[in-house]
Design a protein around this ligand. Structure first.
Ligand SMILES: Cc1ncc(COP(=O)(O)O)c(C=O)c1O
Length: 458
């Protein structure tokens, strides 16, 4: 590889790279962290500094970085073939993986459609749902074209996924491009959109969702939900029974349920898939991130025989699912995913996540004592710590305060990589981290929050 120094890379990074979800003016003022290699739970930068990866490299890493088994699986596949198209052809790892995915996902999901990112897996689910109703029963249900989605939802950045998302900050600029979806209130209990509080709440948000669904059912194709936790919204943890309540409402009113398990799947919440915790079997399930163990861009949309069968027909009927990406079903990604799943099974990873989640829960108790911690939310190994300017009134820090970003920089100085969601500090440790490493993650995050919030509002 070409020779470089930290200084030359930093200069070229500033000059040539446009980073996603990053205000480049601010980024270019700060010293970049340039990752050179990974070792288990740690990332090492070009200056030789080592950091715990507290966000699993954007919520993807399962067994750690540079894992010998995952490395070998990919190398073995490279020696056979690195890519061949799935458009009208098949390849070995994509077949084996599809069979395995059908085995490990909730019952009824029997068909696998591959793509490359969480957003594309949702985009595909939306298009499939729309076309399904158009083609089912000779087009009797072709008016079912609308989608229901939650306030604060995030399903990725392609135009369809953004249309079923709702983030004032992320999405406003693209409004003119989007189709309108029917919004239901987010079950954001700390800031309840319906004004309920813990004492009075009877899950009004679920009742509101049911009303909206009932009123519009004839025009609705599907409801899209992030099961158990709305991640990018700031780790909003749903009350128990919310997901199964939504699923029942969908069944009752004959609309499809799309479970976006992109963030919560692959063990993150303490079961392999989050839907399992409420006995929910969706009609479509989207998975990405942890699917390849955090190695390669791979995603899948699974669906039922019922949905699949509506796409069967003769060429002239044009019932084909007209969607595909060049790298759909990439053999390297599928080989990594197969080895990832093998490792999950061999190491009993999902059970260990439950133990580690309990450890995190007790370690997080002291965070609530900090005067600017409004709420600590957790499900499995997903944690959001919402910082507030003033706790009694739950007053948020103003955006210009950049408190989340400052906590991130402080944590980085102390050897931990995190990435905030506004004023919410996110901890998404690698699922294979040891208890000792998790303790270090907690200790650094605590100190970083304490120091920055004391400075921000003494
Ligand atoms: C629930 C959910 N869906 C979809 C996505 C988009 O995934 P990707 O960034 O791989 O497109 C994300 C990303 O954070 C997510 O959390």
């Amino acid at each position: 590889m070409e020779k470089y120094t930290f200084e030359s890379l930093a200069e070229w990074d500033r000059e040539y790279v446009w980073h996603p979800f990053t205000q480049m003016r601010q980024y270019r003022r700060e010293e970049p962290l340039i990752v050179e290699r990974g070792e288990g739970s740690r990332l090492v930068d070009v200056q030789g500094r080592s950091y715990l990866d507290g966000v699993s490299s954007l919520w993807v890493t399962v067994h750690g970085h540079n894992h010998p088994r995952l490395n070998s699986a990919i190398k073995e596949q490279i020696d056979r073939v690195s890519h061949s198209t799935l458009l009208g052809l098949a390849n070995v790892p994509s077949i084996l993986l599809a069979r395995k995915l059908v085995e490990i996902t909730p019952p009824g999901l029997n068909k696998v459609f591959y793509s490359d990112a969480g957003a594309t897996s949702v985009e595909i689910a939306i298009k499939m749902a729309c076309q399904y109703w158009r083609q089912k029963d000779n087009g009797q249900h072709r008016d079912k074209t609308r989608f229901v989605s939650l306030g604060e939802a995030y399903h990725g950045d392609t135009v369809g996924s953004v249309s079923v998302g709702y983030s004032e900050l992320f999405h406003t600029a693209y409004r003119p491009l989007l189709f309108e979806s029917i919004k239901i209130p987010a079950p954001y209990c700390y800031r309840c959109p319906l004004g309920e509080s813990a004492g009075s709440c009877r899950m009004e948000c679920l009742a509101a969702a049911e009303r909206v669904i009932a009123e519009n059912a004839d025009g609705i194709a599907a409801l899209v939900v992030e099961p158990l936790v709305q991640g990018a919204a700031g780790m909003i943890v749903q009350p128990r029974g919310y997901l199964s309540g939504l699923a029942k409402a969908c069944r009752r009113h004959n609309i499809l349920l799309i479970a976006d398990e992109v963030a919560v799947g692959f063990g993150r919440t303490g079961t392999l898939f989050a839907c399992e915790q409420e006995g929910v079997c969706p009609d479509l399930l989207c998975t990405a991130k942890g699917l390849s163990g955090g190695y390669l861009p791979l995603a899948a949309t699974l669906t039922t025989d019922e949905v699949y069968s509506a796409f069967l027909g003769e060429h002239r009927e044009a019932k084909t699912f007209f969607h595909g990406h060049t790298y759909t079903g990439n053999p390297l990604g599928c080989a990594a995913a197969l080895e990832n799943i093998r490792l999950i099974e061999e190491t009993g990873l999902v059970a260990s996540v439950r133990e580690k989640a309990a450890f995190l829960e007790s370690g997080l108790e002291r965070f609530s004592q900090l005067p600017h911690v409004g709420e600590v939310r957790q499900r499995g190994m997903m944690v959001g710590i919402e910082l507030v300017k003033e706790r009694a009134g739950r007053e948020p820090y103003p955006r210009e305060n950049s408190v989340g970003h400052r906590v991130t920089l402080e944590a980085r100085r102390r050897g931990l990589i995190t990435r905030p969601l506004g004023n919410v500090i996110v901890l998404m440790p690698i699922l294979s981290m040891s208890m000792e490493e998790l303790k270090q993650v907690l200790d650094i995050a605590y100190e970083a929050i304490r120091v920055v919030t004391e400075e921000a509002s003494p």
